[in-house]
Design a protein around this ligand. Structure first.
Ligand code: LMR
Length: 408
């Protein structure tokens, strides 16, 4: 009976967003949720998205019919090419199955559901290894479908960089055929990515233990400003012949947060049966999708598809991506410079070493709470800041607030 339902805690990130909105201080700074803001701290509708929107609105043949269960093919095909590269042999060999999802979260969920149902070794589900730390939602998405989770070391508190040795050791110690969740680029929450060489080492350990990679790719184009470079890790794993899953979000790189445009990809390892296996996997994914959401939402996929299928718009999108990643980079430099000018105790090189939407500042939970109470600065308890929340007007205010808190 419903009386037995206990009260659940509010989602920390959306709770933070609510608290920020309710704060009427003119000084307030929102460094919480990972959503791009322009230099005026306002959401930014990408100019290329406005153009695509215009094209769609002027299309007299547009209707609001259902999409197929697997989604809009002109969108999902291009989404796969964006990740693997259009000339990946995986396409030629028909070993990629792409399903449109409710953004990246829906893609992680569909993958989790698929693994819970079909990925068993000797009849038992495999544990999912998550980086410590990881995006908080990963924990509940996997546990909600009954999979058990554990962590592998990732962030080195001392260097504020990658604990590559700890990570490799944990992967080597994990039971064979474990599921390993990897952030394709712009790791959330730390902003710390493995180097090319480190990705190779990770792939070697995973191949030796026959682990199953599940990539979460929510920031392609945001890490380096280069769509191809940000997909390097995924492409390398595909080249090495792994069977793998990819969850892909277009929320951040298209600024389509509320449209929920995303995609889930299954890639089979090369083998004479690969195409047939992929067809079978796709048939099961269709059943899972049908029972969960029937078919995906159309509008965000149409916008992305319009851009991805038009050469000129695609180029313009890349330009828009460079605007976003470039502004974030400028803010990283500005924040580090200000803290160093102030002589704030500690080292701040990690602010510019880390990449993508977030920086993991190293501030403690107590310091984070003081920043919120005394300075109206909103960031997650783990010390993560969304770099896009900083701008030319508030970066100095934030640096001074950090300086004061760190010294006390
Ligand atoms: C974040 O981590 O801030 C974003 O990925 C938003 C979300 O859905 O949690």
């Amino acid at each position: 009976p419903a009386e037995a339902v206990p009260q659940a805690p509010e989602d920390p990130l959306f709770g933070l967003m609510r608290a920020y909105r309710a704060d009427d201080s003119p000084d307030k700074v929102d460094l919480g949720i990972g959503a791009y803001r322009d230099d005026n701290a306002k959401p930014w509708v990408l100019p290329v998205v406005k153009k695509a929107d215009e094209i769609l609105r002027n299309d007299p043949n547009l209707n609001h019919e259902y999409l197929p269960i697997a989604g809009l093919a002109s969108f999902t095909n291009k989404a796969g090419e964006l990740l693997l590269g259009p000339s990946s042999p995986a396409f030629e060999e028909k070993r990629v199955s792409s399903t449109q999802t409710i953004s990246g979260t829906g893609a992680v969920h569909l993958g989790a559901l698929f693994l819970a149902k079909f990925y068993k070794v000797n009849g038992a589900s495999r544990t999912v290894y998550l980086s410590n730390p990881t995006w908080a939602n990963h924990n509940q998405i996997f546990t909600n479908v009954g999979l058990s989770i554990t962590t592998y070391p990732y962030f080195d508190k001392k260097t504020k960089g990658l604990d590559i040795e700890g990570m490799k050791r944990a992967l080597a110690d994990a039971p064979e055929r474990s599921i390993i969740l990897l952030h394709a680029c712009a790791h959330n929450p730390t902003g710390v990515d493995p180097t090319e060489e480190q990705w190779r080492e990770i792939a070697d350990v995973m191949a030796a233990k026959k682990h199953f990679p599940f990539f979460d790719c929510a920031y392609q184009g945001f890490a380096s400003g280069d769509l191809d470079r940000d997909a390097d890790a995924i492409r390398y794993f595909v080249e090495k012949g792994f069977e793998l899953l990819i969850a892909q979000s277009f929320a951040k790189n298209f600024g389509l947060y509320g449209e929920r445009a995303g995609c889930f990809h299954y890639v089979a390892p090369p083998s004479p049966q690969a195409a047939e296996i992929t067809t079978r996997v796709a048939s099961q994914l269709a059943i899972l999708q049908r029972s969960e959401i029937s078919n995906p939402p159309i509008y965000g996929a149409r916008i992305a598809s319009t851009v991805l299928n038009d050469k000129a718009l695609f180029e313009e999108w890349k330009e828009n991506l460079r605007t976003m990643s470039g502004r974030i980079l400028t803010m990283r430099k500005a924040l580090r410079t200000k803290l160093e000018e102030l002589g704030t105790p500690g080292t701040w090189n990690h602010i510019t070493d880390q990449i993508g939407m977030f920086s993991f500042t190293g501030l403690s939970e107590t310091q984070v709470l003081r920043l919120r109470e005394e300075f109206h600065v909103y960031m997650t308890k783990n010390g993560r800041i969304s770099m896009a929340g900083l701008n030319t007007r508030n970066v100095e205010y934030f640096a001074k607030a950090v300086d004061k808190i760190v010294r006390e």
